[in-house]
Design a protein around this ligand. Sequence first.
Ligand code: ADP
Length: 203
Amino acid sequence: MSARMVLLGPPGAGKGTQAVRISERLSVPAISTGDIFRAHVAGSTELGRRARAYMDKGEYVPDSVTNAMVADRLTEDDAASGFLLDGYPRTAAQVDALDDMLSERGEALDVVVEITADADVVVEITADADAVVERLLGRAAEQGRADDTEPVIRRRLEVYAEATAPLAAIYEGRGLLLRVDGMGGIDEVTDRIMAALAARLSV
Ligand code: ADP
């Protein structure tokens, strides 16, 4: 059984937490572009230096940089028969790049899970966004993320709404999209995602 999966969802929907849990249950690596970028920043690599300028502002790192990094990561042995991408693709150009990376290997995505949150409909910054900003400011205090300041979080939500929210429709058009309600307890959401995946992938 292969499970080549993408997890979509707005900042603050608990995507990273769910990605790790789902990947453990399905024994595939969780590949988080945000985590890879942060590791490069922490290690002061050239890639980290380039990425940081964008991350600190809540902007996306350029597609060329991100695509090359993901292509490289997907050639590692652990991703041979499956993976769960968290935070990638995030732009329509990244969707195309991922298609190309996989088709070169004779592979394709099996499923795209979208975790929906109240703030998922935040096209403008509204009252709903305030709850997400609060949640992410709480995470900033716990994890010390430099990009979790209020103006940067608001920018991340805007960029998400502009560039990334439309990706769900692309995958829906291909019949790959599963929408899962991300509200509720962490275990509850994991169970919902697993149930939706089980129905789709026969896992
Ligand atoms: P969030 O918690 O906002 O979902 P991530 O940890 O996934 O954030 O990513 C943090 C930052 O890393 C993003 O704001 C962006 O600057 C950069 N980044 C991560 N993934 C991508 C991507 N696929 N394309 C461009 N930039 C990315």
